[in-house]
Write a protein that binds this ligand. Structure first.
Ligand SMILES: N[C@@H](CCC(=O)N[C@@H](CS)C(=O)NCC(=O)O)C(=O)O
Length: 203
């Protein structure tokens, strides 16, 4: 069994999908979390000056999507066929599209613009993306996004709604099947234990 060391900030951001993969697969890893001053001292030691970074037996891998896919393949959460892998990529891409919008809102400094961005998220973007995800889920039978068991696809969807639900807790009320999927996946024993003791952060 390789030794895994995972470096990211002390929040969810682009790192949580990777932590979800480790916890869902019940694999040990060192979850290293930085504050900004400490990050500044180790930035140069990372491959591209950014985190997340995974170190596997001393070898470093950057880019959140690459790390999540690599670990999912290692732990049997990457889909059973090339088509299933492609579907997982599709949902990760769709989640990434929503993440970009959430990040825009999160980092906006102008209070007026921030309000507008939030209104657009709540009135337009969240319903649109919830609709996309719920339809896709239903098409696959309602339990999982890809195939007949848990994959990185399910974890990507759980992850992308963590931050939106933090500031807009009712956003899934009109999407009960998506909400039920979320609750079911987060109730899986390894994930539930992790999420219960996870520090609450804005992002
Ligand atoms: N495409 C990269 C983006 C990584 C990235 O933007 N990391 C940010 C945190 S989310 C970072 O390292 N910020 C600190 C810095 O650039 O000094 C990925 O998905 O891993």
């Amino acid at each position: 069994m390789p030794t895994y060391k995972f470096q990211y900030f002390d929040g969810r951001g682009r790192g949580e999908i990777i932590r979800y993969v480790f916890h869902a697969a019940d694999k040990d890893f060192e979850d290293i979390r930085y504050d900004f001053p400490t990050w500044a001292t180790i930035k140069e030691s990372t491959p591209f000056g950014q985190i997340p970074v995974l170190t596997v037996d001393g070898k470093k891998l950057a880019q959140s999507g690459s790390i999540a896919r690599y670990l999912a393949r290692e732990f049997g959460l990457a889909g059973k066929t090339s088509w299933e892998q492609a579907l997982i990529d599709q949902y990760m891409g769709l989640a990434g599209d929503l993440f970009k919008e959430v990040i825009k809102f999160y980092f906006e400094k102008d209070e007026g613009k921030k309000k507008e961005l939030l209104k657009n998220l709540e009135d337009v973007l969240y319903p649109k993306f919830c609709g996309f995800f719920q339809n896709a889920l239903e098409k696959n039978g309602g339990n999982y996004f890809v195939g007949s068991g848990l994959t990185l696809g399910d974890l990507a969807v759980i992850d992308i709604f963590d931050t939106p639900l933090h500031h807009s807790p009712k956003l899934m009320d009109a999407f009960p099947k998506l909400q039920a999927h979320r609750q079911r996946i987060l109730a899986l024993p390894n994930l539930a234990t992790y999420v219960q003791k996870r520090k609450v952060t804005d992002i």
